[in-house]
Design a protein around this ligand. Sequence first.
Ligand code: LLP
Length: 421
Amino acid sequence: MTIATAGFTRDDTHGLTCNGVPLESIIARVGTPAYIYSAPLVREAWRRLERAFAPVPHALHYALKANSTLALLRLLRAEGACADANSGGEIEVALRAGFGPGQIVFTGVGKSESELRRAIALGVHAINAESPGEIDRIDAYAREAGTRARVAVRVNPDIDAGTHTHISTGRRHDKFGVPIELAPALYRDIARRPALAPVGVHVHVGSQITDLAPLRGAAEAVVALAKALLADGLAIEHVDLGGGLGIPYDDTPVVTVEQYAAALLPIVRPSGLSLLLEPGRAVVGAAAVLAARVVDLKAFPGGRPFAVLDAGMTDLLRPALYGAYHRIEAVRPRPGRRQRYEVVGPLCESSDVVGRDRELPPLEVGDLVAILDAGAYGSAMSFTYNRRPLAAEVLVDEDGWRVIRRRSTVDDLLALEADEE
Ligand code: LLP
């Protein structure tokens, strides 16, 4: 069965819908706050990336950090995705979702001994190493395990990705990677160690990148390094250009997937190397809304009214942490004059803002709103401050919808604690 309307659309009868299913009908069953994902939108985003990079040998390793809810991982695995894990936990979740070790790359700025030993024992596709010290540790653990670890060095090319400073990772003063000019010597050292196989070169300069120049610059630097290593006789198989492609959260134009591919392909193709990418946000970002309910309205004399939601920074941290913008819409807009609201969450923090100075239809307590483009770094970054439960998550597919994570309970929150008189 194919559905008439993939994604989030609205009509006068049903208000906002996901793949044609009214959000109101889902929320009537699961409550708020709830993440509501469109499976067709995830598949569409994935297939668009796959098509764009089809001209070169490639593997797309979905970045689990963006969202690793099992049902979404299984959906992506069914599409042929590989995985980028950033912790031992993400490796285990990837395995649980059915990814094989050979489909996993392991990235991360501070990998612990047990995480490295596990990745080595599994034989992951590549460990993206962050430092000479980490290379020494991988070497030692691989020797102990009597195996050969596949490694790539994550290089820091000193490129400003032009994104929010908290999510820029390729500048010299950021903590990530090995300064690129030190990489050739490090690779020569790796090549002398029998327990290490230097198979790739890795870079990731930031996230929510909306301009091609830094992506192109990073690709050129990494491909040049990989070619030099090949010329030195190293058996480099791939360049891994990380993730980072932005999505349009507002009206600011962003680079499209096709433009991204058109920029990278001519750089990578002549090298004959295979291309790995680690997209996260571009896959799931636009595929979900966070549905919330207005729980209070108040206005101070002369001030803009506050619309207090039952979802806040514990559910979607991005606005509080990065000043990030997410569109907010009434699920069923009321007639009447639009007004400007401070849309805030219920937590005892003034940083708990969802959207400042937002023009919305008149709101009343009990109304439902949808916070858009919440699929990436939404649920994945949620937490339980103020003993708040984790939101429910719902996946809407062509054959209906289902809960893929139930809302947590107070018992769930207390499950790890010693509960004694
Ligand atoms: N690969 C590596 C090594 C990464 O560090 C990241 C993201 C990705 C891939 C995926 O990047 P993407 O394609 O999603 O941009 N919490 C922030 C974003 C942090 C990104 C961290 N690294 C946010 O909500 O904007």
